[in-house]
Unconditional design. Sequence first.
Length: 220
Amino acid sequence: MYASQRYVPRAPRSISLGGSLAISGLLLVGLTTFLPNIVPGVRPKSITIVDYKDPAPPPPESVPQPESAPRPSQPELYIPQPPIPQPQQPVMSGTTVMPVDLPGPVIIDNPGPTVIAEPLPPLPPLIAAQRDPRFADAYQPEYPSSELRAQRDGTVSVRVLIGTDGRVKAVEQVSATSAAFFEATKRQALNKWRFKPATRGGVPQESWKTMSVRFELKNA
C-alpha cells in the first residue's frame, strides 16, 4: 500500500550556497565572454576593484588633568644676625688724692741777653700830585655843542687816578651839571691832562686827586 521510500540526508547548507555562487560566477563569465559576440555593439563595462580599508580609529579624547591645589606658602625663617662687636671704650681711672709735693716752675740758669725789637722808622710823608704847568693850556675842555646851543653854563667835579708817569689813568664823576659836561671833562683828562706825580721819599707813587672844571659861555 505504501511505496517504499528511502531516507536521503540533505546536503549541508554551506555546500549548496557554495554551489550557487559557483554557478553564478560561471554565468557571469559566460555573459561577459560571449555576449559581445552575440549582440554586436555591446561592450562589457570595466570593473573597478576598490580596496576596502577599515576607517581610522578616532583620536583618543584628552582627559582633563585635575588642577593641582596651590601649595600653602611656607613662612620665612627668621635668622637672627650675630651682634656686631663694639669697640671697648678705654677705662679712665683717676684719684681724688692730691699729691703733697707739686712740681715748681722751671728755672733757666742762663736765659741769655734780652733782645728788644726796635720800632720801624715812620714812613716819609706823601707829597700830593700837582698840575704840570707846562700843560696848563690843555686843562680846559671844549665846550659841548649841545650845551652851547642851550646857552647853559656848567661845572664838573671829578676824581682822577694819576700814575707814576703823570698821566691820568681813570676818571670818576663826583658831580656834574649834565652828562655832556662830564663826558667833555673825562675825554680831556684822559688825553691832555698832565701832572707831576705824587712822591714818597722821592719815589713816584700813584694817587687820587679831585679836580674841578667850570664851563662859562663868556669864555667859550
